[in-house]
Design a protein around this ligand. Structure first.
Ligand code: PEP
Length: 258
């Protein structure tokens, strides 16, 4: 991480876990275990299920934990049964929204073009998108990781103006490392996050690229967080499984103190 130029963001992705009552308990436990000065080193975000948002925002009061969502629709409103809009999230007090998580791409056929529409609508509503990108195991073995990630980013950020790019967080999440217990080595994570910054530099110039938070996600845990976060271009983490246990999430937040 390079705190001189950009914020370290430690974000949890709870996926389809926790009822509102469980969310309240988990956040209260986290608040109790977090040192107040941790916020000097990182921003903390919890991306919770839609049904937990209200309880989570209430439980997070008195801390600086921001609440995020895990998805949203790309239209402002309309006949999209079962969907949630950016304005709905914003009015509830949501600050961040994950866009293009690999599970959404895999199970719900989300494309880079969908991500592009969602990012623009999220920014217009005042939300900070966390754009996920990352290669499959096959793509890594075929040695096309950088091409895959560059394509995802270039399409997802198409027509996102320079003045808005700092609001976007990028999460590099190799698909083979998500929920598998197989973490990318610190070198692998650092190498791709650095290539992502090169791509952002080509698109937006050196100054903007230096200011964008690029997270790593994929089986980050209390044990490996420090090494991953020590990479100069890894500015935080998007954390699934380990964000469901207060001591683990708190330990990862503490690892950003280095
Ligand atoms: C994720 O869901 O974005 C993720 C990285 O999950 P896990 O930490 O469980 O691999």
């Amino acid at each position: 991480m390079n705190r001189r130029y950009r914020k370290t963001i430690i974000a949890g992705n709870w996926k389809m876990n926790k009822t509102p009552t469980e969310a309240k308990t988990l956040i209260e436990d986290m608040k109790q275990q977090l040192d107040k000065d941790v916020y000097k080193y990182c921003e903390l975000v919890l991306c919770v299920p839609f049904t937990d948002i209200q309880a989570a925002i209430k439980a997070a009061r008195g801390s600086k934990i921001a609440i995020g969502a895990q998805n949203m629709h790309f239209e402002k409103s309309g006949a999209f049964t079962g969907e949630i809009s950016a304005d709905m999230l914003k009015e509830m007090g949501v600050k961040y929204v994950i866009i293009g998580h690999s599970e959404r791409r895999q199970y719900f056929n989300e494309t880079d073009v969908d991500c592009n529409k969602k990012i623009k609508v999220a920014i217009a509503a005042g939300l900070r998108p966390i754009l996920c990108c990352g290669e499959s195991l096959e793509e890594r073995e075929q040695n096309v990781t950088m091409e895959v990630v560059r394509k995802q980013i270039k399409i997802a950020l198409r027509d996102v103006p320079a003045e808005d790019i700092k609001k976007v967080v990028i999460a590099y999440e190799p698909i083979w490392a998500i929920g598998t217990g197989k973490t990318a080595t610190a070198e692998q994570a650092g190498e791709v996050c650095s290539a992502i910054r090169d791509c952002l530099r080509e698109l937006y110039g050196a100054r903007a690229a230096r200011a964008i938070t690029v997270q790593y996600g994929g089986s980050m845990n209390a044990k490996n967080a420090e090494e991953l976060l020590a990479q100069p271009d890894v500015d935080g983490g998007l954390i699934g499984g380990a964000s469901l246990k207060a001591p683990d999430f708190v330990a990862i937040a503490n690892a950003s103190r280095q």
